[in-house]
Design a protein around this ligand. Sequence first.
Ligand code: BG6
Length: 369
Amino acid sequence: EKGGFRSFMDKEIHDQPHAVADTLLGRTDAHGRLVLDEVRIDESVLRSVDKIIVIACGTAAYAGHVAKYAIEHWCRIPVEVELAHEFRYRDPVVNERTLVVAVSQSGETMDTLMAVRHAREQGAKVLAIVNTNGSTIPRESDAVLYTHAGPEIAVASTKAFLSQITAAYLLGLYLAQLRGNKYADEVTEILDELRAMPDKIQQVLDRADRVREIARWMADTQSVLFLGRHVGFPVAMEGALKLKELAYIHAEGFAAGELKHGPIALIEPGLPVFVVVPSPRGRDSLHSKVVSNIQEIRARGARTIVIAEEGDEAVRPYADEVFYVPQSPTLLAPLLAVVPLQVFACELATAKGLDVDQPRNLAKSVTVE
Ligand code: BG6
């Protein structure tokens, strides 16, 4: 069942090119336009949406945080991302023009389900992005966009995360197309870029030996920090979550810009810090700001482990280790940058002799609030 892999987690990490490709499959017509038949919410309703709220828990919520950057950019619709249990127990401003997007691998997470019910009671339309066919959340939503990651067995989520980002991007592009804004004409191009991602994810996996080597060396590590900016911020959060879940190591993710507002006090000699660096070909200030963050923490003795885009030589002087990922548009880069972080957590936990598929205290689907 594990297809020759040591664990389901290892297998699922390696399934990711397929998970993304399958989530993209069959969603365009002969003219390259997106057709999301499953999204049975009236087009006029979708055109009038003036706010999107993504509700989810755990890794699914980080997928929402990544998607926020893309959807706001393409659609100019404000996107909020909220943990389902927080959304449910405050008094959220929601009405008929709000599209609530519930993201869940299992489709059974009780916190998310309760938030879905709450949103619908307030008159919002709810679209579910879910991996498990016939599960409860899609049944109770107005529409569903399935991720086609295939069954995810390991408790900590990996391939579902990549397909959730992919599906949420499809939704963003669909809304842009429907609303005919300035990105409507670029939908085909962006879809082509998305279709190129599975091969690039495969390349990251093919070159992950060094990540595994470093992970094994670091089996005794007590604490690890993860920094990122823009879409790299939720990637850093997800990298930290994977390490907590799988290896029981204290890990924290930060927005790189927050460094000087607090976390820099934690930096001490030898502390491993992962930094997710945006493409130097994107908005230049973004890249150079993150490079100066690496410089700052390196100057304080941190051990810097950098995820950067191929060809980015600027990071080298300040990096103890660099893991290069193929070039891609900034918004799509999370599909690549998170992979070395997953491999790292999985390998480190395995080196510690832990059960990576069934980490202590965790459940695959949490069906109580
Ligand atoms: C947690 C799982 O309890 O629930 C995580 O251990 C997962 O891996 C989270 O991200 C949300 O689950 P789901 O099924 O709603 O995506």
